[in-house]
Design a binder for this molecule. Structure first.
Ligand code: OFO
Length: 172
């Protein structure tokens, strides 16, 4: 059974994951309108993943005797400036999510809830992966600079990244 404090912290994380899904959806839509199809598919995929992260938490909270609450969300912004700004924002956003997961792990330990602590390790690993991916993408963007041909190739490469990650999520 979850303590009230932990149930509240997990509900807060549900909010964070849901908000992430919305932000990445807004990024996908913006990129699509800019004609960056590869970047748009990548962001649609990120948005779906965040929704899965949220659902996993919802089910866990309810399974452990809490009540998962569906949060009200603010609309994310619609314009992301340049695509470099957008990926910088994605990276900064992931750092904040990691901090929030770390805080949650800390509370689980304080509450001596080892089942929740164990459950959260999946999120810890996921954040390491997502931070590393965002950093790699930012490095690539910095290499491209303002080169239009580079941007075209980048858009194609990132589409490939989406295809590969979808394939590794669904091993046949
Ligand atoms: Fe939910 O994985 Fe990043 O944010």
């Amino acid at each position: 059974m979850l303590s009230n404090k932990l149930a509240q912290a997990l509900n807060n994380q549900i909010n964070v994951e849901a908000a992430s899904s919305q932000v990445y959806l807004a990024m996908a839509s913006w990129a699509e309108v800019q004609g960056l199809e590869g970047v748009a598919s990548f962001m649609y995929e990120q948005s779906d993943e965040e929704r899965q992260h949220m659902l996993k938490l919802v089910k866990f909270v309810n399974e452990r005797g809490g009540h998962a609450l569906v949060p009200q969300l603010d609309a994310p912004k619609a314009d992301f400036g340049t695509f470099r700004d957008m990926f910088q924002e994605l990276y900064d956003h992931e750092l904040k999510v990691s901090a929030s997961i770390n805080e949650l792990v800390h509370i689980a330990l304080e509450e001596r809830d080892y089942a929740t602590h164990n459950f959260l390790q999946w999120y810890v690993a996921e954040q390491i992966e997502e931070e590393a991916q965002a950093r790699t993408i930012l490095d690539k963007i910095n290499l491209i600079g303002n080169d239009k041909g580079g941007l075209y190739l980048f858009d194609r490469d990132i589409q490939q990244l989406t295809v590969n990650s979808a394939a590794s999520d669904n091993p046949q």
